[in-house]
Design a protein around this ligand. Sequence first.
Ligand code: FES
Length: 580
Amino acid sequence: MSDNGDSKGMRRGLTNYGDAGFSLYLRKAFIKGAGYTDEALQRPVIGIVNTGSAYNPCHGNAPQLIEAVKRGVLMAGALPMDFPTISIHESFSQPTSLYLRNLMSMDTEEMIRAQPMDAVVLIGGCDKTVPAQLMGAASANVPAIQLVTGSMLTGSYKSERVGACTDCRRYWGKFRADEISEEEVAQVNDQLVASVGTCSVMGTASTMACLTEALGMMVPGGASAPAVTADRIRIAERTGSLAVQLARSRLTPDKILTARAFENALRVLMAIGGSTNGLIHLTAIAGRLGFTIDLKQVDQMGRDTPVLVDLKPSGHHYMEDFHRAGGMPVLLRELRPLLHLDVLTATGRTLGEELDAAPAPFLQDVIRKAAAPIYPQGGIAVLQGNLAPGGAIIKQSAADPVLMEHEGRAVVFESAQDMAERIDDPDLDVEASDILVLKRIGPKGAPGMPEAGYMPIPRKLARAGVKDMVRISDGRMSGTAAGTIVLHVTPESAIGGPLAYVRSGDRIRLSVARRELSLLVDDQELARRAAQAPMAAPTADRGYLRLFLQSVLQADQGVDFDFLRSTDSKGPVPGGNLGL
Ligand code: FES
């Protein structure tokens, strides 16, 4: 089911009273209660998804953006109708935001379907909101365009520029290592988030903004403007006008979100040193269109895609610098030889045409030339081996080069709770050369695959100056974090993946050069351990948790629900020749 046939505006998707004429009559009577005229109600309708919430400061500019989108819609001759959906903020989502992403995508999809709209503007920003909206819009397949809230400004602490949340983690690490006092860590807390808007580094929110522009689902240049700038408001106005154009041309998401568009987005994910979460979300969005993501091909793509954007945590700058440097059009131009330029974008023009029309480049030091990358290969490498038969990933651009080739003794934590209780124990048997292993933080395990893969360095080692260790889990890591951290081990431990049967003292070998993640324990011994103490998958009696545990898929399928993926299989992405 895509849209509502040929009906338009207020005539779309009538409530079923068994008499279409009466349904429309009743609908108009009710909406006139809000003061609308027949002239207004004859126009095309543009829905605007309002995810403003007091719990979501990343969307704190939603009221101004909605006002500007409405202006753009009215200027282009249509009727704007804003409506609320679930909003998700990273720090206000228990147990974790990914647990709620699919619920938000269902809310978005069903409200787009249920209410009359000829196109929809999706206003999101914080990490899980943009993927949830794109997943929902892709499934509803009504013309749609994404508007992100934009990044927060950076703050300053003792003349040092700071921003969420790479610097949140850095200062917390200093505090744990006794390098700064409790008073100082409290003082910097006031400066880490200097305005409303999304995290100011290349975390998941910034990553998803860039990927959305690369997919063609956004106004060109719309990814990078900070939340509190005039540029952001202008982008909102343009988004409103473009939504009307989309409604008239009936350019639905399935015509934009093609295999080649996803290949472009994967290239960009590598080139921006993007969040590892970006891979999960792209996989989930692609799954709504019937595509699977081929991790081996993604790794191959990464080998010939340099990291060009010098933003934290892989580099030095912040999103507002990326915007001043020209943002995504500058990056896409630099990547031009690696991209499919014939893909259609929301403007109705191809990516190539948009890049031809983009402003001329100028001297800047945030977006590198392909010949002078900040990292020679893509940010994310895909690992395989007996510890992760379904794959695992590492953000190599943010890892310690020395530790990326490492064999060590496993120090195992059975759950996040177990880690919290023991990691700072002075008697914990752990050395800097050990490999920390954390179980049961996968999609079903925690549940919701929390960003606990960024395990803290045990306090006694942190105090001795240890800054990084190899860490392995079936969980995720915030896009704002850095370290030699292996994530998304698939299948997860909670459903009996090999990770479930690792014991402290086992040897593990990580070789990013060979893309290897091996548990140096033979198969018979692993089978014996599994038979001795089989892992019981978590269950729940009722509610959303029950639905989640029954339906959630593994990381290699985007942690989507099985019943939400498209049943129309269109094959793997990237394809065989990677478009080169
Ligand atoms: Fe919302 Fe980082 S917490 S983008």
